[in-house]
Write a protein that binds this ligand. Structure first.
Ligand SMILES: Nc1ncnc2c1ncn2[C@@H]1O[C@H](COP(=O)(O)OS(=O)(=O)O)[C@@H](OP(=O)(O)O)[C@H]1O
Length: 344
């Protein structure tokens, strides 16, 4: 795909393809609501055009979604949304349905998905948005999205669930939210245990199962945080992401940016927000046993959905196992001895 002007993708088209491109772009660009988009997207497209919107990055929170977003918006065939983390569909179109007002739908199309720029490029750029809490609304959002934008491709990133829950906890503390679980104790154990419970925000199986029911394998892509953030596996993980999205995998680079990076940069001493968290050995062991069970379920779901081959799934589980073993290796002797827990 040519990477110069936005319309480069149409340069080599035959007259019929140009006509088709024009008709598709005109129909999509005229849409102010979701019904119109659904109908317009049924029209034939010319090569190089994408359905609108083409994809969404839906979570999980604290799994490098901002870096993934920043990588993707540098791609010449990706349409920069006007806002990251709009959470428009869950906060403005709810509760529990995509029955947004006409005004809301129009705002979403124009102001979040950035229709004006997508239309100027004749929909040769893949429009998307990234809202990391979407994945958590698994009871109703996948069903609504699959009905509204049945072509949509969905990207999910997963991180060792203990690290993800800790990073989320840190985020909440920094935003003065949800810190009740540490009241009366120094340990974050209770917060993390709560987050890992079935149905809670870091219990991946209860969230991803519903997305898997509604979106077939070709439309749902899972990334592993530990894989995409490691130098030696980053390029491969980014290549599969862009191949899944139908984008030139060589662009914009094979490097994931480092955005929204907190766990090393908070400089309030080693025990303060960040570097490591202190837990008792039995607490950490308990969390690891819960995370291990959750991981077994997650990997089984990924296997059933055809998201990855057996070897890849074994590597996936092993990467998280290494994080837990490293942390357990930093515990002092004794059941209640302190462990220095570092997130992945
Ligand atoms: N390239 C790279 N390498 C290593 N780690 C990275 C990278 N990019 C993002 N991150 C880490 O991802 C965490 C932020 O994730 P999100 O952007 O999804 O967070 S958010 O939910 O949108 O707030 C956040 O983790 P914590 O620092 O533990 O909070 C970032 O440090």
């Amino acid at each position: 795909m040519p990477d110069g002007s936005p319309l480069g993708a149409l340069d080599t088209h035959t007259p019929e393809q140009r006509q088709q491109a024009e008709a598709f772009a005109t129909a999509v660009a005229a849409c102010q609501d979701f019904d119109c988009l659904r109908q317009a997207n049924e029209l034939p497209r010319a090569p190089g055009q994408f359905r609108f919107p083409h994809f969404m990055v839906i979570g999980f929170p604290k799994c490098a979604t901002t870096s993934i977003y920043c990588h993707l918006i540098q791609h010449p065939a990706v349409q920069h949304p006007k806002e990251k983390e709009s959470h428009w569909l869950t906060q403005r179109c709810g509760p529990r349905s995509l029955a947004c007002s006409n005004e809301s739908q129009q705002h979403y199309i124009q102001e979040i998905l950035n229709m004006p720029e997508a239309a100027a490029a004749k929909i040769t750029k893949a429009a998307f948005e990234g809202s990391t809490h979407y994945v958590l609304e698994s009871e109703w959002l996948p069903q609504q999205l699959a009905a509204t934008f049945p072509w949509l491709r969905v990207v999910v990133s997963l991180r060792d669930p203990i690290s993800q829950a800790i990073a989320m906890h840190l985020h909440n503390v920094m935003h003065a939210r949800d810190s009740n679980c540490t009241r009366g104790t120094d340990s974050i154990y209770h917060c993390i245990r709560k987050a890992l419970k079935p149905g809670s925000r870091s219990h991946y199986p209860s969230k991803i199962a519903d997305w898997m029911k509604l979106f077939p394998q070709q439309q749902l892509h899972f990334m592993q945080y530990e894989n995409v953030t490691q130098q030696d596996s980053m390029a491969g993980e980014l290549t599969s992401l862009k191949a899944f999205l139908g984008l030139d995998p060589a662009l914009p680079s094979s490097q994931l940016p480092l955005t929204n990076y907190k766990h090393v940069h908070t400089g309030h001493g080693p025990d303060a927000l960040g570097r490591y968290w202190v837990m008792k050995r039995w607490e950490l062991e308990h969390l690891v046993s819960i995370a291990r069970n959750n991981t077994r379920e997650t990997v089984e779901l990924l296997r059933q959905h055809g998201a990855a081959g057996q070897q890849q799934l074994e590597r996936w589980a092993a990467a998280w196992e290494r994080v837990w073993e490293d942390n357990l290796g930093r515990c002092e002797e004794g059941r209640s001895a302190p462990c220095k827990v570092i997130v992945s």
